[in-house]
Design a protein around this ligand. Structure first.
Ligand SMILES: [Zn+2]
Ligand SMILES: [Zn+2]
Ligand SMILES: [Zn+2]
Length: 154
């Protein structure tokens, strides 16, 4: 990890970076995969395979099965295009498909809005503590629940 050009992408640039990353790992950016990524990136909170299947179905005017969406999400997670938010049992688009981090998610208990932050010194400390406890190849999953600024203010 260390020092690198950490790019957070949005909108069209995010789609471009995702496509580039997926093709770099030897997978094709098919129309269906593009549609799933597009729908996923459009959610402002973690989305389940069902949420995404519904959104893609609506946009395409044809029934898309949650199962096929699920397989694509699985591929996306493996390729660093998406992340699973464990405590929400759902997925978010990864806005930095070019680099790997132990992403940290802050999830609002009232509205579900999820903030994605990257702090390698925090997750690195967790990794180190796990190694000290004898765990090999630890993968920190760090999720914080609370009330977001929007909900707190209202
Ligand atoms: Zn980075
Ligand atoms: Zn991240
Ligand atoms: Zn909130």
């Amino acid at each position: 990890m260390g020092r690198h050009d950490h790019k957070i992408h949005q909108g069209e640039a995010l789609k471009g970076a995702a496509r580039e990353r997926l093709t770099r790992v030897g997978e094709q950016w098919t129309d269906m995969r593009a549609a799933v990524f597009d729908a996923l990136a459009g959610f402002d909170k973690p989305a389940s395979a069902y949420d995404i299947a519904e959104e893609v179905s609506k946009r395409q005017g044809r029934r898309v099965a949650a199962n096929s969406v699920y397989r694509i999400l699985d591929l996306f997670v493996g390729a660093n295009l998406a992340r699973r938010v464990e405590s929400a049992n759902a997925y978010v688009a990864n806005r930095h498909p070019d680099c790997l981090h132990d992403c940290i998610f802050l999830i609002c208990d009232s509205c579900g809005q999820t903030v994605h932050i990257d702090d390698d010194s925090l997750s690195g400390g967790v990794r180190q503590a796990a190694k000290t406890a004898g765990f090999s190849a630890p993968r920190p999953v760090i999720e914080v629940r609370g009330t977001c600024g929007d909900c707190e203010g209202s």
